[in-house]
Design a protein around this ligand. Structure first.
Ligand code: SF4
Length: 342
């Protein structure tokens, strides 16, 4: 199976994917400044370090003005786009808060900064409201498209339903968002066949953007009890590279992120992901004093640096990967524009 290629076979696959990326999308890498503005979450996913039941997490929520300032920072530093991410909360006050934020960010950045949301499952009305207030991309990771595996990763209740996740992705597409998803790679109980099915799902669902990476365990989660079943860490990483490369070959015009989880395993993991067909990087511009509290998994990198350190380090990393920054551009997925014309 192509997903499990290693050695010279894998090298050829990754080179082919890089060629495909350069031919269809050029050598630009686009930044999405990431603001993890709150780690408060009402859900209890069994793999997640900030799940509601983890009492060891110090919960935080950035003040409104600080989030807007982070957006201004991204705009002034020519990032082109911003991602607002938090734990999942689905209530009228939260919907209102985000609406207010979107309007203020658009005002401060003169509508020039692209805005992606990653705020979990919401109602159709809420998604629509945020779209009308200026968000134009939404990232909702399905984590795995295998229903049984999904059940093993979540509490068995209505709040954590696979069908609901799928329904939300459909809402997002129908409203007109550039719609992104992603999966974890190397979970306990996951097979290469599951991952191949994940790639087919992304193609069949006509997804516009993808953020996927190796699963990294967190000690304070129920899934950690199954650590004996984990894929070896290097295998998770190498398979993630193949997932990126194969998806690039299957969908040449989408956006694929080089995720932070790649860098957690390999110090140049994100650069390797870029060379395998990824074209998006999400520099963390969350004020550094809060980053330690947004640990979805162990050993997350760049939690000490300030935003400036992060952007300097990334510029250097890009040039080492032979790529350049698509400065001040939204870097939309051409796939999206083709999809909405159909
Ligand atoms: S994965 Fe997301 S929704 Fe699930 S517990 Fe973590 S932050 Fe909450």
């Amino acid at each position: 199976m192509l997903l499990m290629l290693r050695g010279s076979g894998q090298k050829a696959l990754l080179a082919r994917a890089e060629e495909c990326l350069l031919a269809h999308r050029g050598d630009n890498v686009f930044y999405r400044g990431l603001v993890e503005f709150s780690n408060i979450c009402t859900k209890d996913c069994l793999y997640c370090g900030i799940r509601k039941s983890n009492k060891n997490v110090e919960r935080y929520e950035l003040p409104h003005d600080e989030i807007v300032e982070s957006a201004r920072y991204a705009w002034e530093h020519n990032y082109g786009s911003l991602v607002l991410q938090s734990g999942e909360r689905c209530n009228p006050a939260f919907a209102e808060k985000i609406d207010h934020l979107l309007r203020d960010i658009r005002q401060v950045t003169k509508g020039e900064l692209g805005i992606t949301l990653s705020l979990g499952e919401q109602s159709l009305e809420t998604y629509r409201r945020w779209f009308n207030s200026g968000a134009h991309r939404y990232l909702l990771r399905i984590e795995t498209t295998n229903r049984e595996l999904y059940r093993q990763l979540h509490p068995r209740d209505d709040k954590h339903s696979f069908e609901k996740r799928l329904q939300c992705l459909k809402y997002l597409q129908n409203i007109g968002y550039q719609t992104g998803t992603g999966v974890m790679i190397g979970l306990p109980g996951q097979s290469a066949q599951h991952l191949a099915d994940d790639l087919l799902f992304m193609k069949q669902f006509d997804i516009d953007m993808v953020g996927m990476g190796p699963y990294i365990e967190h000690e304070e989660t129920p899934l950690y009890a199954r650590k004996e079943e984990l894929w070896p860490i290097r295998e998770r990483f190498l398979t993630a590279l193949n997932m990126i490369a194969l998806l690039r070959l299957m969908m040449p015009d989408i956006n694929i992120a080089a995720t932070t989880a790649m860098q957690t395993i390999d110090p140049v993991g994100r650069e390797k992901a870029l060379r395998a067909g990824a074209n998006i990087i999400m520099p963390n511009i969350t004020p550094s004093n809060f980053r330690k509290s947004y640990l979805l998994y162990n050993n997350k990198p760049c939690i000490e640096e300030g935003a400036d350190d992060c952007s300097d380090c990334l510029s250097l990393r890009l040039s080492l990967a032979g790529r350049k920054l698509g400065s001040n551009q939204w870097g939309d997925s051409p796939h999206y524009y083709k999809r909405i014309k159909r």
